[in-house]
Design a protein around this ligand. Structure first.
Ligand SMILES: Cc1cc2nc3c(=O)[nH]c(=O)nc-3n(C[C@H](O)[C@H](O)[C@H](O)COP(=O)(O)OP(=O)(O)OC[C@H]3O[C@@H](n4cnc5c(N)ncnc54)[C@H](O)[C@@H]3O)c2cc1C
Length: 512
C-alpha cells in the first residue's frame, strides 16, 4: 500500500531544496524535477508545500500526471484521487462526448452489439494505435508496418471496407458475428479511427485502402481476388486510389495519364502523373484511372504495382506527412492487361462506384472528430479559470458550446438516418437513390465542422493555436478541418450533385 501523508506534513516541504506538492490527492516530490520543469522551476517554487491541483490543470493535460507517476511518493490520508489512467476501450462520461448509442440512450438504430463493437475497436485503438500516433504523428512518420499487420490479424482492415461476403467466417471484435455486421458497425469503426487526434496520422492508417480496395473487390478479376485482396486485408501489402491529377480534380474525366497497349496486346505502357494520392508514398499497389482512348470518358482502371517506372514523392499538406500524401509519376510503366479492374473503357463506372461510400465514411468520421473537439472544449471550459471563475460560467461560452452540440447532433442524426437507409438497400440501390442525399449530407457535416472548429478556437484562446499542450487537438483540428470540404468532392460539387440528383426524381407534373 502506498504511503499516506497529512497536509501539514506536505506543507513542511516547501522550499526549492525540498519541494513537495499535492495534485489530485497524490503527493509528488518535485525537488529534483524542478530544474527540468519546462515551465521553469520558479512556478513550482510558488506552490511548494501546497495543493497545486488547480494550477496543474490550468496548464497540463492529465496524461502528464501518468507520465511522471515515478515522482509520486504517496497520497493524502483519507483522500481519494479522482483521476485514474483510462483503461483500454473506456467511454467518456462527458456530456455529448460519445455518440448516443455509446451512452446507451434508447436508439432506433443502435443495439448492444454496436456498443460491444465500439468498445472493442476503441480498446484496439487505445492499445495499438494511440501510443504510435502520439510518438510519431507530429513528426510525420508513417504508421508502423506492425500496426497494419495487427489490424489485419484482428480483421479490422476487412471491417473498414463494408459489410459483405469478404467477412464470412472471420472472428470479429466484440464477439460480433459476420452476418450481424451492418453499416452502423462500419460507421463505428470509422468513428473510432478518426479519434486519434492527429488527422494525417489517422489517414496514414489505411485511408488509401478504404478507397483503393473496393474497386478491386467489386470489379477485379479472379486472380486479384485470390492474391491481392488477401494480401491487403491481412496488412501485408498496402493499396491506394490514384485518380486525381494536376489537371483533373473535381473534373475526374479530365485526366491525362495514358495507357497504350503494346503491339503484342499483352501489356499497357502507362505514362502520366497523379497528385495528392493518400498513402501513395508507402503503398505497394495503385488502383489507377488512366485514359485508354480519345473520348472524354474513355477511361480504364488498372492495378499498378510499385516497380520500375513508378516513383512517389511526399506532398506536404497542412496535415501530418504520416498520411503519405503523394505525387506519383508513372514513366513507361509496363502493366499486364490482366491488371484491368472492370472492363477496358469502362473505368468511369468503376471510379464512380465507390464515391458515395467514401463520402458517407467522411460524414461518420467528421461527426466523431467534432465530438472529440466538443469534449475537449467542455473539459477546458470547466477547468480554465478567468476573471475569478470557470469559463463555463460565462453565458457566451455556454452559447458557443450549445451551438456546437446542436450542429453536431443534427449532422449525426442525418448521418444515422442515412446509415439506416443503407442497411435496407443493395449497393447498387444506394448508388441510385442515396448519391444526392449523401452529397448533401457531406456538405452538412463539413459545414458543421467549420462551426465546431471556429468556436473551439474562441473557447481555447491562445492554446488553440499552439501545437503542443492543452490545445493540441484543437490546433490540429483547425489546421486540417478544411480537408473534408475538398477531398472526395468539394462542398460546391456536393451541393450541385445533390440538387442534380434530386432533379432526376423530379415529378414531371410538379407545378406551383
Ligand atoms: C490531402 C489530399 C488527399 C487526397 N487524396 C486523394 C486520393 O487518395 N486519391 C485521389 O485520386 N485524389 C485525392 N485527392 C484529390 C481530391 O479528391 C481533389 O483535391 C478534389 O477532388 C478537388 O480537386 P482539386 O483540388 O483539383 O480542385 P479543382 O477541381 O481544381 O477545384 C478548385 C475549386 O473550384 C471549385 N469548383 C470546381 N468545379 C466547380 C464547379 N463546377 N462549380 C463550382 N465550383 C467548382 C471546387 O469546389 C474547388 O473548391 C486528395 C486531395 C488532397 C488535398
Amino acid at each position: 500500500m502506498s504511503k499516506t501523508y497529512s497536509r501539514d506534513e506536505v506543507a513542511r516541504h516547501s522550499s526549492p531544496k525540498d519541494l513537495w506538492v499535492v495534485i489530485d490527492g497524490k503527493v509528488y516530490d518535485l525537488t529534483e524535477f524542478a530544474e527540468d520543469h519546462p515551465g521553469s522551476a520558479v512556478v513550482l517554487w510558488k506552490v511548494a508545500g501546497q495543493d497545486a491541483t488547480e494550477q496543474f490543470f490550468a496548464f497540463h493535460r492529465q496524461e502528464i500526471l501518468f507520465k511522471y507517476k515515478r515522482l509520486c511518493i504517496g497520497s493524502i490520508e483519507g483522500q481519494q484521487s479522482l483521476l485514474q489512467p483510462a483503461s483500454f476501450g473506456s467511454m467518456s462520461t462527458v456530456p455529448y462526448a460519445e455518440s448516443l448509442s455509446a451512452i446507451q440512450r434508447p436508439s432506433p438504430f443502435y443495439n448492444e452489439s454496436h456498443l460491444a463493437f465500439k468498445k472493442a475497436i476503441r480498446a484496439f485503438c487505445d492499445e495499438h494505435i494511440q501510443p504510435d500516433c502520439e510518438l510519431y504523428g507530429n513528426s510525420g512518420k508513417v504508421p508502423d508496418k506492425e500496426i497494419f499487420l495487427k489490424m489485419g490479424e484482428a480483421n479490422l482492415l476487412a471491417l473498414r471496407i463494408a459489410p459483405g461476403k469478404h467477412l464470412k467466417g472471420l472472428k470479429l471484435p466484440g464477439g460480433i458475428k459476420p452476418e450481424e455486421y451492418d453499416y452502423f458497425h462500419e460507421s463505428i469503426i470509422h468513428e473510432e479511427f478518426s479519434r486519434c487526434g492527429i488527422y494525417g496520422y489517422g489517414e496514414g492508417l489505411g485511408s488509401g485502402m478504404v478507397i483503393g480496395l473496393p474497386p478491386i473487390m467489386a470489379f477485379g478479376p479472379a486472380w486479384m481476388q485470390q492474391k491481392v485482396v488477401p494480401e491487403i486485408l491481412s496488412g501485408r501489402k498496402l493499396v491506394c486510389l490514384a485518380i486525381t491529377e494536376p489537371t483533373a480534380g473535381s473534373d475526374v474525366a479530365g485526366l491525362t495519364t495514358q495507357a497504350v497497349k503494346t503491339p503484342c496486346g499483352k501489356f499497357y505502357i502507362v505514362n502520366g502523373v497523379k497528385k495528392w494520392i493518400t498513402n501513395g508514398t508507402f503503398c505497394d499497389y495503385f488502383t489507377t484511372a488512366v485514359k485508354t482512348g480519345d473520348g472524354r470518358y474513355d477511361m480504364t482502371v488498372l492495378l499498378i504495382e510499385r516497380g520500375q517506372g513508378v516513383s512517389t514523392e511526399t506532398i506536404k499538406t497542412s496535415g501530418s506527412t504520416s498520411a503519405g500524401t503523394a505525387y506519383v509519376t508513372f514513366e513507361n510503366v509496363k502493366v499486364p492487361v490482366e491488371n484491368v479492374i472492370g472492363k477496358e473503357g469502362r473505368g468511369f463506372e468503376v471510379v464512380m462506384s465507390n464515391f458515395n461510400h467514401e463520402r458517407w465514411i467522411m460524414c461518420a468520421a467528421a461527426c466523431s472528430a467534432a465530438r472529440q473537439v466538443i469534449e475537449e472544449c467542455f473539459k477546458w471550459a470547466t477547468q480554465r479559470k478567468v476573471f475569478g471563475k470557470a469559463l463555463i460560467e460565462q453565458p457566451v461560452i455556454r452559447y458557443k458550446l450549445g451551438e456546437m452540440i446542436a450542429e453536431l447532433e443534427s449532422a449525426q442524426s442525418w448521418t444515422d438516418m442515412t446509415t439506416y437507409q443503407m442497411t435496407k438497400m443493395s449497393y447498387a440501390e444506394q448508388n441510385k437513390k442515396l448519391a444526392g442525399q449523401i452529397a448533401l449530407l457531406k456538405y452538412r457535416c463539413t459545414r458543421m465542422v467549420h462551426l465546431v472548429a471556429d468556436n473551439s478556437v474562441q473557447i481555447f484562446g491562445g492554446r488553440a493555436i499552439t501545437r503542443t499542450g492543452m490545445g493540441r487537438i484543437i490546433e490540429n483540428f483547425n489546421r486540417v478541418h478544411k480537408f473534408g470540404a475538398i477531398l472526395g468532392g468539394s462542398e460546391e460539387i456536393m451541393l450541385d450533385l445533390g440538387v442534380r440528383q434530386a432533379m432526376k426524381f423530379y415529378p414531371k407534373n410538379a407545378r406551383l
